[in-house]
Structure formats: structure tokens, C-alpha cells
Design a protein around this ligand. Structure first.
Ligand code: GTP
Ligand code: MG
Length: 323
């Protein structure tokens, strides 16, 4: 069926529908992370040409065609956005100090990124969130269930049991409301967000965890030549996650490791992986540092609406708490 006819009939089209895109080209586009028309429509000819090896000229033609037929979306009026934002809710982290720093807890309809070195407490915090989300709103929860996308095999039910018990919750019930999936590589990880979207239609999911957001991407896309592609895929992944947060009025919490920039002489040489791409899409970024013993320092970075600042939290047997 030709494109114009499909558009008329309001049918969904695939990238193969674009003029000049056969199966081989479609495959190259998908491998580079361009899976639908909107992604092609907003691509730059230079990036697309380089990432796929089809050349800038062909890339330009594909982009022009994609712009014509992509479902670019609609304008929303301010009152609709206002109405949606009225439903914003906050999820407690277990630490009152950290909640206050975040303006009341982790916010729904946005992404919170936890970054820091190994052992800084990222995985411990997301376990705590998976328990807390099940609490009723008057106790700082969202009365919902959690999805845990686990990329490094770090989910520990035993730890959930400890945390649940200390809140007086029946631990088996708590475990039943945490839906865990292992992601074997970055493509699988991205696909699991679609699966999460499906599950959220049946189950009241109010928290989506990705621990770790960047580990697979970092391992699979090594070296300068694959950096652009890695960033492009991470960008898409982040936008899928944000969409999940919006549609389900859910908290999305992602963890991220840091790298050290050895050449840097001034300031903190540690930087989160994924740099600006992850940073710009995450609404809240929390930088975790180790301190003495069970203490960790949590610093809020570059928040659009809250002052930067830091607090001390502790990782105890019962979970994340104030010192
Ligand atoms: P990476 O994933 O390696 O980058 O680190 P991370 O930031 O996820 O660190 P994680 O959250 O796994 O923190 C590990 C630290 O939490 C350990 O060093 C312990 O100090 C603490 N911890 C882990 N499990 C327990 C526990 O059962 N009880 C207590 N009290 N502390 C724990
Ligand atoms: Mg971890």
C-alpha cells in the first residue's frame, strides 16, 4: 500500500514504507537505533549517514520522507498539562532529609537519576523505593507496584524482606508486587520498557527502576567511533522511560555509574556516564558519595525547581534512613 493512502486511512507505517527504503536499508536503520518514523524525522543527515553507512545524501532523502509521514504529535493546551500536573505525587526515599531535599520525595512523571561510584548506595536506594511505593500515600507511598529492570543481577529478595519487615509489611505480599526482569543486553533493556508499558495496563505500576541504566551501553559501545550511536540509543531509552512516567503517573528511578576524567585539574573529576543525554532528560539527579561507615552523602544537582544541596543518609539493616 502506498504511503499517502495509508496516511489517509490513518494506518501505522513502518520505515520500510518510506520510498527508497528496502529491507537491507531498514535493517541498517534499525541496527543504528532508528526504529520508527519520528526518530528518522528528527535525525540529522550527517549522523544518520555516518551511523548507518548509507551516506549523507540518501539519509537526507529518508529524513525528508519521514518528516512528511511521521506522527509528530499534537499540541496540548496549558489547562490539560495543568490538570495532569495536579496528579503529581511524591514517593518517600526512607530518609526525611533526602525527601526534603527533593521537595517531598521522588516525583512522579519524571526521571530521577542516582549516580555514584560502586558501593555508594544506588542499588540499596532503589530496593527501598520498591518497598516504599507499596505504602499508602499517608505513609509516603503511592499504593502501587514496582517494576525492576535488572541489568547486573543485583535484585535481592532477601534485602526486600528485611526492609519490608522493618516497615511492618507482610514480606511475601511485598515481593509479589515487585516485577523483576533481567536485561541481557542494551536492546533487551530497551524492549523491556515496552513490556513494562503492557504490564502497567493490567497492574497499577507506580515505580519503574532501571539498575543500571548505562552498564550495558557502556560495555557494548566502546570507543570514540560508537559514541554517537550509544548516545542516540540512550536518548531514545530515556524518552521511552519518560513517557512511561507520564502515562502511568509513575516514579522512574535509574542508576548510573561514574567515570573519572584523569586529565581534569580543577573541580570534581568524576562524571556520570552518558553525560548530557542522560542529564538533560533526567529531571532530578542525585550524586551519591561514600562517607564514614554506613553514611552516604546525597547531593541534588542541577534541579530546575529546587535549590542544590546535600544531606547525609545511612544504609542500615532496616533500609535507607536518616542518620
Ligand atoms: P554499584 O552497583 O557497584 O555501582 O554500587 P551501588 O551504588 O549500587 O552500591 P549498593 O547500593 O550495592 O551499596 C552497597 C553498600 O550497601 C554496601 O557496601 C553496604 O555498605 C550496604 N549494604 C548492602 N546490603 C546491606 C545490608 O543488607 N545491610 C546493611 N546494613 N547494609 C547493606
Ligand atoms: Mg548497584
Amino acid at each position: 500500500m502506498d504511503l499517502a493512502k495509508k496516511k489517509e486511512e490513518n494506518k501505522e507505517y513502518t520505515i520500510e514504507d518510506l520510498p527508497g527504503v528496502g529491507q537491507a536499508t531498514a535493517e541498517k536503520l534499525r541496527d543504528a537505533g532508528y526504529t520508527d518514523l519520528i526518530e528518522l524525522a528528527v535525525a540529522s543527515p550527517k549522523d544518520l549517514g555516518e551511523l548507518t553507512g548509507i551516506g549523507e545524501g540518501v539519509a537526507q532523502k529518508i529524513i525528508t520522507a519521514a518528516r512528511k509521514y511521521a506522527n509528530v504529535g499534537q499540541f496540548e493546551t496549558g489547562d490539560v498539562i495543568f490538570e495532569r500536573r495536579k496528579n503529581l505525587a511524591k514517593l518517600t526515599t526512607g530518609s526525611k532529609e533526602l525527601d526534603t531535599l527533593l521537595g517531598g520525595g521522588m516525583e512522579t512523571q519524571s526521571i530521577t537519576e542516582l549516580f555514584g561510584e560502586f558501593g555508594s548506595g544506588k542499588t540499596q536506594i532503589v530496593h527501598q523505593l520498591a518497598v516504599n511505593v507499596q505504602l499508602p500515600p499517608e505513609k509516603g507511598g503511592l499504593g502501587g507496584e514496582a517494576i525492576f529492570i535488572d541489568t547486573e543481577n543485583t535484585f535481592r529478595p532477601e534485602r526486600v524482606v528485611q526492609m519490608a519487615k522493618s516497615l511492618g509489611l507482610e514480606h511475601n505480599e511485598v515481593l509479589k508486587k515487585i516485577h523483576v526482569a533481567r536485561a541481557f543486553n542494551s536492546s533487551h533493556q530497551m524492549l523491556l520498557v515496552d513490556k513494562a508499558m503492557e504490564l502497567a495496563k493490567k497492574v497499577p505500576i507506580r515505580l519503574l527502576i532501571v539498575d543500571s541504566l548505562t552498564a550495558h551501553f557502556r560495555a557494548e559501545y566502546v570507543g570514540r567511533s560508537s559514541l554517537a550511536q550509544r548516545q542516540q540509543l540512550l536518548n531514545r531509552h530515556m524518552h521511552d522511560l519518560l513517557r512511561f512516567a507520564d502515562i502511568n503517573n509513575a516514579v522512574v528511578a535509574v542508576t548510573n555509574q561514574v567515570t573519572t576524567n584523569p586529565g581534569q585539574l580543577f573541580g570534581d573529576p568524576t562524571h556520570p556516564i552518558g553525560g548530557n543525554i542522560v542529564g538533560h532528560t533526567a529531571t532530578y539527579r542525585i550524586y551519591l558519595r561514600k562517607s564514614k561507615g554506613i553514611r552516604r552523602i546525597a547531593r541534588l544537582i542541577d534541579s530546575p525547581s529546587l535549590p542544590d544541596g546535600e544531606v547525609v543518609i545511612t544504609i542500615k539493616e532496616e533500609g535507607i534512613r536518616d542518620p
